[in-house]
Design a binder for this molecule. Structure first.
Ligand code: 13P
Ligand code: SF4
Length: 363
């Protein structure tokens, strides 16, 4: 098997780093708004949303102002599975998706009749970048006997080449189900999530070799040191984290599953291995508990993300307003690709309903 691994992966990480650096050089961080400016902007966005029957769907990693606006205006904040479901089911004419590009594309594929806008079209994901369709299709063609399961963090074209799309909240259940049916699997693109599923289910999986630049930074040694300071803390980890981090986690799950665990577990302190944007919701929904970011290489120059996804960080209130005002940054997906990608996406949503899926992790 030509492994899409070491060399490509080193190339990928280097190019991810370069893309992030170029982005940070090019784009100024959103201007800090005064309280009055923020209020004015929010009220202008609300008016526009009402006039145009638009709804805001935001990911937990986005700016807290966007999350609050989504919550307060009849929109939605959630993990990537829930965002897709909400976007499909709500009766808006326009969906404003605050997150990264694959989330906008999934919304468009599931709701072809809705206009889908994003605060920026530049917000991508290192997993999506590291899984280009030509290489991926060639890899699949070499293994025609395998069921192709792809993570939601991929392009529409990669989804169109797959049999199943999964998010982190449902991946274990889907692979379990496929294993029971005796199916062998191609998994792409996140190698850490893939390895976790393979280890947990025992499924026969060929793994693509890519990683999330944010989660890959979490360090088990730092977490262990932190546990000495907070011996009663529970470790909550997103499964995009490396195996050594998952080994010390008390709970492994999607962003929503992490929030649910923080609410339901008796611990007061939590060490959290995922993007820091989630702290806003954690603090809202689990008041009185203490959340500590899992250590990254962030105290020195090697930190690329410092637990902040640079692409999620491109979503700002100002960018949202501009995009809605002029109805720019519209997501479009080629009609043939969209029709093909709809099949595995819908399969995932139907599977979730049929199996009434809740938390699935080590909690
Ligand atoms: P969730 O599906 O858990 O929200 O994850 C999306 C993501 O991009 C994590 O990095
Ligand atoms: Fe992609 Fe990682 Fe950012 Fe999630 S946090 S969108 S996986 S780069």
């Amino acid at each position: 098997m030509p492994n899409p691994s070491t060399t490509d992966s080193m190339h990928t990480l280097a190019s991810d780093q370069e893309i992030v650096r170029q982005y940070l050089d090019r784009v100024n961080p959103p201007e800090q708004l005064s309280e009055a400016e923020r209020r004015q902007l929010e009220s202008q966005i609300r008016e526009l949303m009402q006039a145009r029957n638009a709804r805001l769907v935001a990911h937990y990693y986005t700016d807290s102002l966007l999350q609050d606006l989504a919550d307060d205006s009849g929109g939605f904040v959630g993990d990537s599975l829930e965002m897709a479901r909400f976007g499909r089911d709500c009766d808006a004419d326009i969906l404003m998706v605050a997150g990264v590009r694959f989330m906008g594309e999934s919304a468009k594929i599931l709701s072809p009749g809705k206009k889908v806008l994003m605060p920026t079209l530049e917000a991508t994901c290192s997993l999506d970048i590291a899984c280009p369709i030509d290489r991926f299709a060639a890899f699949c063609d070499e293994h025609p006997d395998r069921t192709v399961v792809v993570y939601a963090n991929t392009s529409a074209a990669v989804k169109a080449r797959s049999d199943w799309v999964v998010t982190s909240s449902i991946a274990l259940d889907v692979v379990d189900h496929l294993m029971e049916r005796g199916e062998k699997i191609i998994w792409a693109p996140d190698k850490h999530l893939g390895a976790y599923i393979k280890k947990t289910t025992g499924a026969d999986m060929l793994l693509w070799d890519a990683a999330c630049i944010v989660h890959e930074e979490f360090k088990v040694r730092g977490i262990k040191d932190m546990l000495k300071l907070y011996p009663e803390a529970a470790v909550l980890a997103h499964p995009e984290s490396p195996d050594a981090v998952l080994e010390v986690a008390d709970m492994i799950g999607s962003t929503s599953q992490i929030i649910n665990a923080a609410r339901s577990l008796p611990n007061r302190d939590f060490i959290v291995a995922t993007d820091q944007g989630i702290f806003h919701k954690l603090q809202q929904l689990a008041p009185g508990k203490q959340f500590i970011i899992a250590p990254t290489a962030g105290n020195d120059a090697t930190c690329r993300s410092c637990a902040n996804c640079p692409w999620m960080g491109m979503n700002s209130l100002q960018a949202l307003y501009s995009s809605l005002l002029d109805e720019t940054n519209e997501i479009t997906v080629d009609a043939v690709i969209a029709r093909q990608a709809m099949v595995p996406l819908q399969r995932m949503l139907d599977f979730a309903v049929e199996n009434k899926l809740q938390i699935h992790g080590k909690a």
